[in-house]
Design a protein around this ligand. Sequence first.
Ligand code: ADP
Length: 591
Amino acid sequence: MRPKKRLFWHLYPSFLAIIVITLVISSIYSSTSMKDFFLNQTADDLKIRALLLQRQVTLRLLINDESAVNELCAVAGQEASTRITVTLPDGRVVGDSFSAPGKMENHSDRPEIMEAADGRIGTSIRYSATMKNRMMYVAIPLVHDGQLLAILRTAITVSRIDEQLSRIRLRFILGGIVIALIVAGISLLVSRRISKPVEELKIGADRFSQGDFDHKLPTPDTVEMTALADSMNQMAARLNDRIKTIVQHRNELEAVLSSMVEGVLAVDHNERVLFSNQAVLRLFDLKLGTLTGKTIQEVSRSPQFHRFVQQALLNRETAEGTFTLYTPDERIVHFRNAPLKGGSGEHIGTLFALNDVTGIKRLENMRRDFAANVSHEIKTPLTAIKGFVETLIDVGAGDPEETLRFLSIIQKHVDRLTAIVEDLKQLSQIELADEKIGISLERGQIGDVIREAVSECRDRATEKRIDIVGTCEEDLQIPMNEQLLEHALSNLIDNAITFSSPESRVDVTATTEGSEAVIRVQDYGIGIEPRYHQRIFERFYRVDEGRSREKGGTGLGLAIVKHVVLAHNGRITVDSAPGRGSRFDIRLPLR
Ligand code: ADP
């Protein structure tokens, strides 16, 4: 491509060229016309001079006085500064104002003489060997009684005309140069005036292209340029509005997408992310600023996820399913995908909506396990009761001692059933109350709660000769449901007694730590392996099932404690190891 020139350099040289060509052509034309004019004028002049002499020469020739003719030529030639020559029709020179006719050669071959011999007026411009100069000749025929007597020729040198013409030409050139300079100056100004507004528009357009739409183009002083500037200003204003609207829409969309709990992930045919929201980063546990442009392998290492993306891109249909992520915790992700279409309806990829359903799945599993556990827990005593009742029916009330033993076993299992049903009822009551309106809390003394719980467990402790030591900071009050808190605490103390060897000790203390009250139940019994610390709060979970059941535990005690604590907006922690005893801390807000 040829290098581009500025508009000015297109205009100015063209103007100059036009001026110079016009001047040169008009100078050549005028000087040629001038020359023709001068030559015609001179020819006419020579003709008149010849005509003026014609009569006198004819008279002298009629009397055959050739010397008188020559003399006339000399005198008239001198007076009129003209060379005058007279030749006879055969070309012999009989008179000449410049040379002696006798010495002159025959003139019959001269073009003007030949023309005049034919009866016309002859004209010629050529070099004269006699005059050693360029001369103009005009010859006229001298006719008497219809007969050619002689030819009269007048001539002058044309160098004078040439001199005059070159003087005029010089003036033309000088005048042309002056005009050219003036016009060059004017066309410089005109070129500038035309190109400057265009350059200003260009600078403005550059600023528009850089996004500076607040810039206003200056109004030039021509109608066309003003219209162009106005159109460009309007275009910029409209573009500005459009861009603002687009940016606003994009921001709104981004705000909606980023506040969504669901992850939104669009993937193109090359398995690269087109866009994604914050939830996707959270879901895949990524610390990146944006996923746009990243491959799905960079997003997640899950082969399951890769397979689903590839299937979605291949099938171009809506689908849903779940996959598991290890980030590093196990997470179950539910997805729905739909084909992603471009502006003109073409398929450009696939769109995923992702949901972390780990909690829901866990809850579902818990519910399922819970139902199975409840049936299992109830079935065991029921089977035992059924067995003993059937035996009693079969055997009959033969041996009263045996019958009494059977009945007491039946009673033990009935008590167990009752305990399970009681605990379940309590658990569901706490859950229900807490879910619906929250349990009602009133300020109460923790000291009173500890005292009541300890006295409730006193008999069992005494049975095992276990010393329960209860201490509480003075006047330690918190918002509480006294009955529930007392029940939770006695569950903890009961467990502490159950899992301690006889003649040991259980400490129950209550203190303030920051904005919380801490109720601590510490025993020095068998302890719990750390891997069970989370699970012991699940319903029906027991570390040693046989042993717990044998000791009358329902497996619901700690689940109840946890729910009571949660209903008080508190938390419960356990610190324990086998052989080192267990410490349960209930932390409840002071306000
Ligand atoms: P249970 O009615 O069987 O005692 P819990 O829910 O109260 O049920 O306790 C669950 C399990 O946690 C118990 O079976 C026991 O294995 C363990 N556990 C609870 N408290 C203690 C403790 N103080 N020392 C050792 N193990 C305990």
